[in-house]
Design a protein around this ligand. Structure first.
Ligand code: ADP
Ligand code: MG
Length: 643
């Protein structure tokens, strides 16, 4: 008996559905694409419970003829291509003829459609791929497609569905991209009873950007429009000072299709190059148009990725186009900048700056080999200097702390020549042991963390490592890692008791989110209160930060809050402890001196002093070692003085 047979159509469709219909958002995507291909000028998308209960797409497009209605649900049934050669000239969003068959195989579908203007149409009901009803019905021109109980007959797939919020997130994300790709189509998107998006369909892309990302974002946009023989590019990119904490706000649209493409993303980021702070990303909606023969869309089941035949020309074209717009912008600065960076908060921080009497500072100035970089140091670290009950120890290190250290008499006369440099210890008994061992103990978390060894500074290597010694040996200290640890412990402490440290801002920071993010955020405002950030829903997609802790690293406040919002909305397992932890790491990173920064002896000494006072002075918040050491015996072995 033959062992190999052809699967029946029903199973084949279920298998295909596994590829095409991954989650509710895929259904929305396929059906909206069909509506667009049908020439619709208005599309209404209504989903219930993240699309798991129902998805309804209503359009005013061409509709489907009665004799085609059933065929449309067969596998590989399409009106969009005919011959093999058509595959190389795709001008529609769909072409595989797989979507309806796949969707109908794993859900309960109801279709009402009409291709005529006389009010007559057809109605079909299909459940799990089986035709249940086919009849004439009254219908205006266009198509109304309802998908209920997705994956009701494929429990394994259903089990993988995430929360309603997550599924809604995927759908919203797609709806936003579609609206950005087709500003000429009036798109309404509803979830349960909320309208999450409504575009006019008047072709004004900037209005769509405002509807999705908020008016502040729209105001920060620069138009872009260029073409060469092969490509045409148009859209908007954000001014360099408008940044986001992730790259999700870059949308690339190729011949009307939203796609993901690493190379194009990189080309855009390269164009911004030095204009953006680290880990900040621009926003951009770039519609690329080219001859269909230059792009192969038949490479990805969901058609989210494409292949360009002139990739080598396309990437530089995009990079240069973006770069040209930015260069112009940088050369001709805008008189009115968007309110990023919140000058008001710096005002408040100024008030809380700890300052010492100038006379105290002055006598240590002789030790400042390079006063320029102390400024940098100050910017990088500075702000959270408060006189706290614990005194010096829990404050992040910075120029002011150097001053304070000097005020406390650590830098008695003679320190400048390095001969009688002070030594550092924390208050416990000093018991120098090899740091490798200490590191191992500390990172194993088993034993109690031993006190930091007493060290005397020798100098600094390549603006990166401090060199120190004691009677046991030689120590190298990664200054950036050390600084991060010091700041981390400061911020962790602060995040644990933030309420009274919050400062009312004169001018609140305005944050805008997409409609679906806003919906979620409204439910989660109490999270922020608990870490001292008072966010208030202002209306629509706008939120105001009325106050935040004054010790937030200066200039980074907005970015920090945005990133916190991202965690709270994006991570399913976030809890308060984790938020506190992650926020502390982020703040310490932002506030810390980097490698390749020359420190004066005074600053190096202060850094060691603070490090010694840390609860865990051996690893940075990311788990990397701070100190490595060689015993005198190790050195003797290296030089073969002992065998
Ligand atoms: P494809 O889009 O790849 O052609 P689908 O399975 O998505 O395949 O759809 C099959 C066919 O059904 C389409 O080619 C189109 O002719 C018809 N169709 C689907 N949805 C609509 C719609 N909203 N309006 C008009 N025709 C539609
Ligand atoms: Mg389709």
């Amino acid at each position: 008996m033959a062992k190999i047979h052809i699967l029946d159509e029903h199973i084949a469709n279920q298998i295909a559905a596994g590829e095409v219909v991954e989650r509710p958002a895929s259904v929305v995507k396929e059906l909206v694409e069909n509506a667009i291909d049908a020439g619709s000028t208005k599309i209404v998308v209504t989903v219930e419970e993240g699309g798991l209960q129902s998805i309804r797409i209503t359009d005013n497009g061409s509709g489907i003829d009665p004799e085609d209605c059933e065929t449309a649900f067969y596998r590989h049934a399409t009106s969009k291509i005919m011959f093999g050669r058509d595959l190389f000239h795709i001008t529609s969003l769909g072409f595989r003829g797989e979507a309806l068959a796949s969707i109908a195989a794993v859900s309960k579908v109801e279709l009402i459609t009409s291709s005529r203007d006389d009010g007559l149409g057809s109605r079909l009901v299909i459940e799990g791929g089986k035709l249940i009803v086919k009849e004439d019905t009254a219908s205006s021109r266009g198509t109304d497609f309802v998908v209920r109980e997705l994956f009701y007959n494929t429990p394994a797939r259903l089990k993988y569905m995430k929360t309603i919020q997550t599924e809604l997130g995927h759908i919203s994300d797609y709806m936003y991209r579609i609206a950005l790709s087709h500003p000429g189509i009036g798109i309404t998107f509803r979830h349960n009873d909320n309208t999450l998006l409504q575009t006019l369909g008047n072709g004004d892309l900037l209005q769509v950007i405002a509807a999705i990302y908020g008016t502040q974002a729209a105001k920060a946009m620069l138009p872009i429009q260029t073409e060469d023989l092969d490509f045409n590019i148009q859209g908007f990119i954000s001014r360099p000072e408008w940044t986001r904490s992730n790259r999700n706000a870059i949308s690339i649209i190729v011949n009307g299709r939203y796609i993901r493409n690493y190379g194009l993303n990189q080309a855009i980021l390269r164009a911004y190059h030095t204009l953006l702070p680290i880990n900040r990303y621009p926003m951009g909606i770039l519609a690329l148009n080219m001859h269909p023969s230059l792009v192969d869309v038949n490479v990805h089941p969901a058609k989210l990725e494409v292949r360009f035949s002139k990739e080598a020309e396309l990437y530089p074209f995009v990079e240069q186009a973006v770069h040209a717009v930015l260069r112009q912008e940088v050369l001709i600065p805008q008189p009115v900048k968007t309110n990023i960076g919140s000058s008001d908060s710096s005002f408040i921080q100024e008030q809380f700056r700890f300052s010492k009497a100038p006379s105290v500072i002055d006598h240590s100035d002789a030790n400042r080999a390079d006063s320029n970089h102390t400024n940098k140091l100050e910017q990088g670290i500075a702000n959270p200097l408060v006189v706290s009950k614990d005194g010096v120890a829990n404050r992040p290190i910075g120029n002011d702390s150097v001053r304070e250290a000097s005020a406390q008499g650590y830098y008695a006369k003679g320190t400048t020549n390095g001969l009688s440099a002070p030594s550092y210890r924390n208050s416990q008994t000093v018991n120098p042991v090899m740091t490798q061992e200490l590191f191992a103990q500390a990172s194993s978390g088993i034993s109690e963390i031993p006190p930091f060894p007493e060290l005397t500074l020798i100098g600094q290597h390549h603006g990166t490592y401090l060199i120190a010694q004691n009677e046991k040996g030689l120590y190298l200290i990664d200054q950036h890692a050390a600084h991060e640890r010091i700041n981390y412990e400061f911020y962790y402490e602060q995040f644990g008791q933030p309420a009274d440290a919050s400062q009312e801002l004169l001018i609140p920071i305005t944050l805008e989110f997409t409609p679906s993010e806003s919906e979620q955020l409204k439910q989660k405002l109490n999270w922020f209160e608990q870490v001292g950030v008072f966010l208030e829903h202002f209306g629509g997609q706008t939120f105001l930060v009325r106050s935040h802790p004054y010790w937030f690293p200066k200039g980074d406040e907005q970015g920090i809050i945005e990133e916190m919002v991202e965690w709270v909305l994006g991570e399913r397992t976030i809890d308060l402890a984790k938020l506190r932890e992650k926020s502390s790491v982020m703040c310490s990173c932002k506030a810390s001196i980097k490698a390749n920064q020359k420190l004066t002896n005074l600053e190096s000494d202060a850094l060691l002093e603070r490090l010694a006072a840390c609860k865990q002075p051996y690893t940075c918040p990311h788990g990397r070692p701070i100190v490595v050491s060689f015993t005198t015996y190790d050195l003797e072995k290296l030089f073969k003085r002992v065998m």
